[in-house]
Design a binder for this molecule. Structure first.
Ligand code: ATP
Ligand code: MG
Length: 567
């Protein structure tokens, strides 16, 4: 239905007599456009093309088949109600025909006009009908406007909704990253505390085993006893290794980063990897020929790569293949907590063709002690250690894994400044411990068992040892004793800690050589202290003697220990 709004159209159906012509001429006088139709089907057809009112005679209702017209009327859209003007016969008669009455009702908007009518009456009735029809068009127009407004607004709302959903998703991601970081941090603090206490215990255990072994050697005791002692030593050393792993995870181990060529480092690990993987797994290396130097602790890096290779081996069947590659990469902002911040990195990736990880395993791999391996096969510290090391080095880790296809774990290590010298190898100094003999050493440690064993080791090396159980006691002794050649200070002590004691000592005796002992340490406070001035608990092999000797040999200028003051 497309009504002509520019020129309104009135249709007339009055097949008998002259009614149609009379009506048309009267209405033409009033400037109303009138079109005459000859029968009901034509009327319906013309209405359908567009009309604003229809004039029908009563006879039509009596004689024609009204169904089509009634159907058209009831099919009108909600805004439309076409006005009909019914020309009745003088004296009526319509009410005596029930079918005609029903049809008239079905036309809806009907006005009756009795013949003969006065021209003015016809004109006024038609104009009223046309005004009503105009209102209907206005209604339709307003309705259309409203609909398009609603549509527009719905579109805007949908866009706002999409944006909101994206924001919610992003926020959930950030929150879960944060939660994960907080959990790791909390576990880290706990583990480092435990590791610290353990290292004290292990220092006592290993130190005493050392003395008992010596005594047994001297009296030439039976072999069974020596065997038992060596079991104890092995167990204690394994404990020390475990605490080491805990410290790596909690990012509180001491790293000794140097500018390193990772391609060379990885190439140098080939034999080690081969023997780790066994004969049934193929090893491919794709090492970029010129990688940037990376700032990293070489020993820790080798450990991390080895950890990844062992995980890969455990995930593969016979015939799998391991690929190790190095590459320079420039990374954008991180997608999750494990990844490094945007920047330049040297990447080391270890990929396998193994079982891959389902999402629930993938979500937990960095948690300490999370393992899917059977008891005795895995402690669940490998990947948490790798992550701890990478993060502490200023980099990060990215894992890609697909069940049944394999896993690739990439470690990102920060690019060293170009002018940094790339280190080839580190050579430990070996010399005699003559310097320790008869040296007077002030030993400060709050833990009496640890102090006792450290003292015994010093005495064994020939030193004269003065012991102090706290920083305050040590300072008192310094006041009294004129000859003290060096100090060995435990770092973590209640009250005055090692750094604070050292500051006080340096203000009284600036040239005093100081060796810090630490189970773990407040890394920020020990930053800037040279590696030769720190020894970790428990003491391994000859390291203790070497560090004490180096401290004693160091001259004053070299020995000034730079310590950050605590805020
Ligand atoms: N390459 C891999 N393919 C499939 N699953 C892996 C891979 N690497 C790690 N995983 C899964 O992650 C878990 C945790 O690994 P992680 O190295 O931290 O501990 P672990 O290997 O179980 O024990 P640990 O390394 O301490 O001996 C593993 O138990 C294993 O389920
Ligand atoms: Mg592992």
């Amino acid at each position: 239905m497309s009504p002509a709004t520019d020129s309104e159209r009135v249709l007339v159906l009055a097949p008998r007599g002259r009614d149609a012509f009379v009506a048309k001429s009267i209405l033409r006088e009033a400037a109303v456009r009138v079109e005459i139709t000859v029968d009901l089907p034509e009327l319906v057809q013309e209405i359908d093309r567009g009309a604003d009112a229809a004039i029908i005679t009563e006879e039509t209702i009596h004689t024609a088949d009204m169904r089509e017209l009634v159907a058209w009327v009831s099919a009108q859209p909600p805004w439309s109600d076409l006005p009909f003007i019914l020309l009745t016969a003088h004296g009526g008669g319509l009410e005596r025909n029930p079918a005609a009455v029903r049809h008239t009702m079905a036309l809806g908007n009907v006005t009756f006009l009795e013949r003969p009518f006065h021209p003015t009456t016809l004109i006024s009735v038609v104009q009223t009908a046309l005004r009503g029809r105009r209102r209907q068009y206005e209604c339709r127009h307003l309705n259309e406007q409203l609909e398009s407004l609603v549509q527009e607004r719905t579109g805007e709302l949908a866009a706002a909704n999409r944006q909101l959903l994206a924001q919610i998703e992003e926020r959930e991601r950030v929150e879960s990253t944060l939660r994960q970081l907080q959990r790791l941090e909390a576990v880290g603090q706990l583990t480092s505390g435990v590791a610290h206490d353990f290292n004290n215990l292990l220092t006592v255990v290993l130190g005493n085993i050392h003395f008992i072994e010596k005594r047994l050697g001297a009296v030439d005791a039976d072999g069974a006893m020596a065997q038992r002692l060596s079991y104890m030593r092995t167990a204690a050393e394994r404990g020390a290794k475990l605490t080491d792993q805990l410290l790596t995870f909690s990012r509180r181990q001491r790293l000794d980063p140097v500018a390193l060529d990772l391609t060379q480092t990885i190439a140098g690990m080939h034999n080690l990897l081969q023997s780790t993987m066994g004969g049934s797994i193929r090893i491919e290396t794709k090492l970029a020929s010129s990688v940037w130097p990376a700032l990293v602790d070489p020993t820790q890096l080798e450990l991390a790569v080895l950890n990844l290779a062992i995980n890969a081996r455990d995930a593969m069947e016979v015939g799998g293949s391991l690929s190790v590659r190095t590459e320079n990469v420039r990374l954008g902002p991180p997608l999750n907590a494990e990844e490094p911040p945007a920047g330049d990195y040297v990447m080391v990736c270890v990929a396998d063709t193994g079982a891959g990880m389902p999402p629930d395993v993938r979500a937990k791999v960095f948690e300490p002690f999370f393992t899917t391996k059977e008891v005795g096969k895995g402690s669940g510290l490998g990947l948490s250690q790798v992550l701890g090391f990478a993060k502490q080095s200023g980099g990060g880790v990215r894992i890609e894994t697909r069940v049944g296809e394999g896993t690739s774990v990439c470690i990102y290590l920060p690019r060293a400044a170009d002018e940094a010298k790339v280190l080839a190898s580190r050579t430990p100094a070996i010399a005699s411990n003559e310097a320790i003999r008869n040296a007077v050493i002030l030993l400060v440690d709050d833990d009496s068992a640890v102090r006792e064993i450290t003292g015994s080791m010093l005495r064994e090396l020939g030193a004269i040892v003065i012991e102090a159980g706290s920083g305050g006691a040590a300072l008192d002794i310094l006041d009294r004793e004129t000859r003290i050649d060096a100090m060995i200070i435990d770092f973590a002590m209640p009250g005055m800690n090692g750094a604070e004691v050292a500051h006080r000592v340096q203000s009284i005796r600036p040239a005093m050589p100081i060796l810090f002992v630490t189970g773990f340490a407040d890394r920020a406070a020990l930053e800037g202290v040279s590696e030769t001035s720190i020894i970790g608990k428990p003491f391994v092999d000859d390291e203790f003697a070497t560090k004490v000797r180096l401290a004693l040999e160091s001259n004053a200028s070299r020995n000034v220990v730079r310590l950050r003051r605590r805020n």
